[in-house]
Ligand binder design. Structure first.
Ligand code: ADP
Ligand code: MG
Length: 696
């Protein structure tokens, strides 16, 4: 149960002043959630200093001032459309002109009656040496002066929401901050860092005094970021600790199946594969539950490692499952693994969302009876009616697309199954920490022998005709070509090259040798196209990023990526990994539309420079800090409200150490600080961490 001290923060934003049913959805989208607390995480991106109150004869051009004036005259223009000019003065002898467009004379006469004293606030421009203010930000009675003469936070906005409305609601949200929050941070750390308590900090974050307060490195922002990172690390550690507590089972096969498969393989394992298998084997043999990450660049040979690990479980008479994030990938896994499994007499099957009715029932029956040793599938494996006879080992491919919850769900299907998480995206240390905590990890940092580096180049889309010509020559000499487009159909972002349009265009050059595969196609149609491309039916495959993950067509040696400037680095790397898999030289062509942003240019040149996934991942994180929007936001990236991994890496390391110490000393969060930490977990909605604890 959420601690009651947080109740006010978790009420609906509709309870805030000015937010009605119409505005609520807009504000919810803007601030990223439906609760008052989400408003609080929506931090100002700028500020307007309204403290300046110079006499009018000393006002500078462009200055924002907040002063008292006397209203002297109203001048309306000759037509209703012409501006109204209102002349005011202070005691300095100079005058201030307020200029309004399209406002009714009556309205202005009530707002600024002649002879009255008014407070006005806004930006001044000098016009013919006299200060002029066009549409003041605020006009009000003199008593407003004190309230106005301060620094006003400026928030990231969205169409349809007025800054003033948001400001009012924000004030309401801030008034809900509990007066007494238990302190979850260590007092010495707070001292050293000059951090104050959470309530003061969140208030200060919304009341910046100067530009420095807005910096992510200000003590204010750092405290908030640290809280968030600590919640993240603590939740991960608690989940992990609870999993470790559940004793696993010692799984140690006799190696007979693995020997057969190794014999059937047309290659021998790389050193990195052998090493990873040893690490996995040791984990599986141990009584405690395995939770291990297998990281390896695209093409580094994770699939075989996964199979051999699963066979270890099967050798003991148990079952194993391999889960992939997409249907295509699940099928591909089955296609590669089945012949190998068959060599060892191991029975394999596929389960995806497409399986329905009788066939599905029959399959589930076999699984439950233990006639299937290894099942490969998509998230369909999570369904409640999927029951194993004895699931001892689960491999989750590309898991950062699945959440922690789902990982637990699968684990619940077996008797403490060992879990191996495979990811093809090399993850920088900082990121892997926030996604997986301190999960044990094995790295495939050595590519299978014989791979040729991919020759990567970039070119402007304006050279399209030339490029089609070059692709034509490649195809004539027997190459297979991926042609990647970012979006299908001209939807949200209309200037993105549409895969369908490109497909039609390329058909003029390649006729029916060019196929199209995209995310909105039916599964069976997708498979048919992929098969034709893998076989002899197609030479050119126009694809959206559905091919991003896992697809293996070793004969493909050319990849053209359109609008490469709009993809994130990690994504480009993933895509490029689809080629260069065979022993022939490959070429990757990154097409960009002009003009190219600085960051996009940097990304393209990194792609040309290196194929090292770990290096690319680090650069990706670094560039991401530049506030890029499109293309870099990847599924599964941890969503932080305040923390920015590109900036707060140091705080993350600190949070991890802190979390470790906490879990060591107070594993059930029973102490005074432990109870406060429970509040923290709920504050950041990381309550899965709390749910692993005994109630208390
Ligand atoms: P990943 O899943 O890591 O992207 P795969 O497991 O799909 O990579 O392997 C890519 C290709 O490399 C496959 O065709 C696979 O058969 C091959 N391969 C794997 N291990 C080796 C090895 N040790 N030597 C040669 N080829 C290998
Ligand atoms: Mg793979």
């Amino acid at each position: 149960m959420r601690p009651y001290v947080l109740n006010d923060l978790f009420t609906d934003i509709r309870t805030l002043p000015g937010i009605g049913p119409k505005l609520a959805p807009l504000v919810e989208k803007l601030v990223g959630g439906p609760h008052v607390v989400d408003m609080l995480w929506h931090l100002p991106s700028g500020m307007i200093d309204r403290r300046n109150a110079p006499p009018l004869n000393e006002v500078r051009d462009g200055q924002v001032i907040t002063i008292l004036v006397r209203v002297l005259e109203h001048h309306s223009g000759p037509t209703p459309r012409s501006p109204t000019r209102i002349v005011c003065a202070d005691g300095s002898g100079a005058r201030l002109h307020l200029v309004y467009f399209h406002l009714k004379r009556k309205f202005l006469e009530t707002l600024l009656p002649i002879g009255s004293t008014r407070v006005v606030s806004g930006k001044v421009e000098l016009y013919r040496d006299e200060p002029q203010m066009t549409h003041p930000d605020h006009v009000g009675p003199p008593e407003d002066l004190d309230g106005l003469q301060r620094v006003e936070p400026v928030y990231p906005m969205t169409a349809g929401v007025q800054p003033r409305t948001l400001g009012k609601a924000m004030a309401g949200a801030l008034s809900r901050v509990p007066a007494e929050m238990p302190e979850w941070l260590d007092a010495t750390v707070m001292d050293r860092r000059h951090w104050s308590d959470w309530a003061s900090t969140i208030r200060a974050a919304h009341a910046p005094e100067d530009e420095e307060d807005l910096s992510p490195l200000s003590p204010i922002r750092q405290r908030l970021a640290y809280d968030e990172l600590l919640a993240n690390q603590l939740a991960l550690l608690l989940v992990r600790a609870s999993q470790k507590k559940l004793t696993g089972r010692g799984l140690q096969g006799d190696g007979r199946l693995r020997a057969k498969v190794l014999e059937a393989l047309p290659f021998s394992l790389t050193g990195a594969q052998e090493r990873s298998l040893e690490e996995i084997g040791a984990d599986m043999a141990a009584e405690s539950r395995m939770l291990r990450l297998l990281q390896g660049d695209v093409g580094s040979g994770k699939t075989v490692v996964a199979l051999l690990a699963m066979l270890n479980a099967v050798e003991t008479g148990a079952q194993a499952a391999l889960m992939a994030p997409t249907e295509i990938l699940a099928r591909q896994h089955l296609a590669t693994l089945e012949p190998l499994a068959a060599a060892a007499g191991v029975r394999m099957a596929l389960l995806t969302g497409r399986d329905k009715g009788k066939a599905r029932e029959a399959l589930l029956g076999e699984l439950q009876a233990g006639f299937i040793d290894i099942i490969v599938g998509t998230h369909a494996l999570f369904s409640e009616d999927v029951v194993f006879r004895d699931l001892a080992m689960a491999v989750i491919d590309e898991q950062h697309r699945f959440g922690v919850h789902q990982r637990l769900q699968l684990a619940a299907k077996g008797r403490h199954p060992d879990i191996l998480v495979m990811t093809a995206t090399p993850i920088p240390r900082t990121l892997s920490l926030t996604l997986y905590g301190d999960m044990d990890s094995s790295k495939l940092d050595e590519k299978p022998p014989g791979r040729k580096p991919v020759d990567t180049r970039s070119a402007s889309i304006q050279r399209l005709d030339e490029i089609v010509g070059a692709v034509r020559r490649k195809v004539d000499s027997g190459a297979k070509v991926y042609w990647v487009c970012p979006l299908v159909e001209e939807s949200e972002v209309s200037d993105l090259a549409a895969a369908e349009a490109r497909h039609a265009h390329l058909r003029e050059a390649f006729g029916d040798r060019v196929g199209l595969v995209h995310g909105k196609m039916k599964g069976a149609d997708k498979d048919a196209v992929m098969e034709a491309f893998a076989g002899t039916g197609l030479d050119v495959l126009v694809a959206t990023t559905v091919i991003e993950v896992g697809v293996n067509v070793p004969e493909a040696t050319v990849m053209v990526i359109e609008h490469a400037d709009r993809f994130g680095l990690a994504q480009l790397h993933q895509l490029r990994g689809r080629i260069g898999r065979g022993d022939k030289a490959s070429t990757c062509l990154l097409l960009f539309g002009e003009p190219v942003s600085e960051t996009a240019r940097a990304r393209l040149s990194i792609m040309k420079e290196t194929e090292d996934g770990f290096r690319i991942a680090e650069e990706d994180l670094r560039l991401r800090g530049g506030g890029e929007v499109l293309g870099t936001r990847q599924a599964g990236m941890p969503e932080f409200r305040v923390a920015d991994l590109a900036i707060h890496g140091e705080l993350l390391a600190m949070a991890r150490d802190d979390a470790r110490l906490i879990v060591d000393r107070d594993p059930n969060l029973d102490s005074e600080r432990g109870k406060a930490l429970r509040v923290l977990l709920y504050l950041f909605e990381r309550d899965e961490g709390v749910r692993t604890l005994r109630s208390g």
